[in-house]
Design a protein around this ligand. Structure first.
Ligand SMILES: Cc1cc2nc3c(=O)[nH]c(=O)nc-3n(C[C@H](O)[C@H](O)[C@H](O)COP(=O)(O)OP(=O)(O)OC[C@H]3O[C@@H](n4cnc5c(N)ncnc54)[C@H](O)[C@@H]3O)c2cc1C
Length: 330
């Protein structure tokens, strides 16, 4: 039976007890989506898996109506199978209309497993959401290299979407809390198929949060030549980004990739060094406040989105910038 109050459920991702910020962006968007409907028609709930020590107050202060907390220590490790089993069991009971998941690395891996298990549709990497007059979720995402915006309405329930990080403004903190926390018994507490041999130290690095990004593209000819990009980044206290072309070459780890199949960034300054500006790269950085491009080809598409363009050889321009910055001439 479908509930009278329609539930928009957001899946919160947590790592070592820290809630991923995309959760608050999705809560903010859910609040905006339901604002035009009569009060009580929709509620915005959150599912979170993690230990009993998890601090859920922050989620309540960002406007969640209900938090379903499935508790077990094993959930502190991201295990898609374990998460999927527990989430599907809960979803069968609460029967939400919509399930929103952050398009993080984990979310992108988990969401299709849930959709397949529930035999429902899923739209990946949405950049906008709407609710139509029938109360159905319209999932909007770029298609054909950003040339069209596809509007997708899945017929099955829950309607599922993954949404990119940094796409929406986060819900604001409110002092007044009206939501409640509902403890849910874990359906499955462990995954016997997995044995942890060694835990590697994970980097906290997330280029999506960078304030300044110096990005390298195929204009950089070798891994050794990346040194000048790191030096420029150091001068500006910036993080290093990359086009997919040089990630594929193995010059830098994929966590630095900017673009459609990488990370979306919105820094105050983005300096693209030897990046052509393919639509898939632009999709991840064109919202940056100030864009500077250095490219030897004056017709490179990156100049179309740049505030400042330097037509020149990166091997000359970047060392000159480093020298000037080090001598404090800039
Ligand atoms: C489904 C899909 C997803 C994709 N996702 C992404 C993504 O997330 N991110 C991404 O970046 N790409 C992505 N791509 C790849 C994308 O289409 C491009 O191939 C890629 O962005 C090109 O990288 P680039 O600009 O470094 O290389 P190129 O396109 O080869 O450009 C190199 C540029 O360097 C300039 N140059 C060369 N030498 C110098 C020099 N000495 N000084 C100055 N300039 C120089 C050239 O003029 C050129 O403009 C995706 C593609 C597909 C199909």
């Amino acid at each position: 039976m479908i509930n009278d109050v329609k539930k928009i459920v957001i899946l919160a991702e947590q790592k070592k007890g820290k809630i991923h910020k995309v959760t608050y962006e999705l809560l903010g968007k859910a609040a905006e989506l339901i604002a035009s409907f009569p009060e009580g028609q929709f509620e915005k709930d959150v599912i979170v898996l993690g230990s009993d020590q998890l601090n859920l107050d922050e989620i309540l202060h960002h406007g969640a109506d209900k938090i379903y907390h499935i508790a077990a220590n094993s959930f502190d490790m991201p295990d898609e199978w374990l998460y999927k089993e527990n989430i599907c069991e809960l979803l069968k009971q609460i029967q939400p209309e919509m399930l929103l998941v952050g398009a993080t690395t984990f979310g992108r891996s988990l969401a299709p497993r849930i959709a397949a298990a529930l035999e429902t549709g899923l739209t990946a990497d949405c950049t906008e959401l709407m609710i139509d007059t029938d109360g159905k979720l319209i999932q909007i995402r770029p298609a054909f290299s950003d040339n069209i915006l596809a509007h997708i309405k899945t017929e099955t329930l829950p309607q599922m979407a993954t949404i990119r990080y940094k796409e929406f403004a986060p819900a604001e903190w409110t002092d007044e809390v009206n939501g409640e926390i509902i403890k849910v018994d874990a359906y499955v507490k462990g995954n016997e198929l997995i044995e942890i041999l060694e835990e590697l130290e994970e980097s906290e690095f997330d280029i999506s949060d960078a304030h300044i990004v110096i990005s390298a593209g195929k204009g950089i000819k070798s891994k050794e030549d990346m040194k000048m990009i790191y030096e420029l980044a150091e001068c500006l206290k910036a993080d290093v980004g990359a086009s997919r072309a040089i990630v594929d070459e193995g010059y830098i780890d994929k966590s630095h990739q900017v673009g459609y199949s990488g990370n979306r960034v919105k820094p105050s300054l983005y300096i693209a060094c030897g990046v052509s500006g393919a639509p898939q790269h632009l999709a991840g950085m064109k919202e940056s406040d100030v864009i500077v491009a250095i490219n030897s080809d004056a017709s490179a598409p990156i100049f179309e989105v740049s505030d400042y363009g330097i037509v020149g050889d990166v091997y000359k321009v970047v060392p000159m910038l480093i020298e000037r910055l080090r001598s404090k001439e800039i």
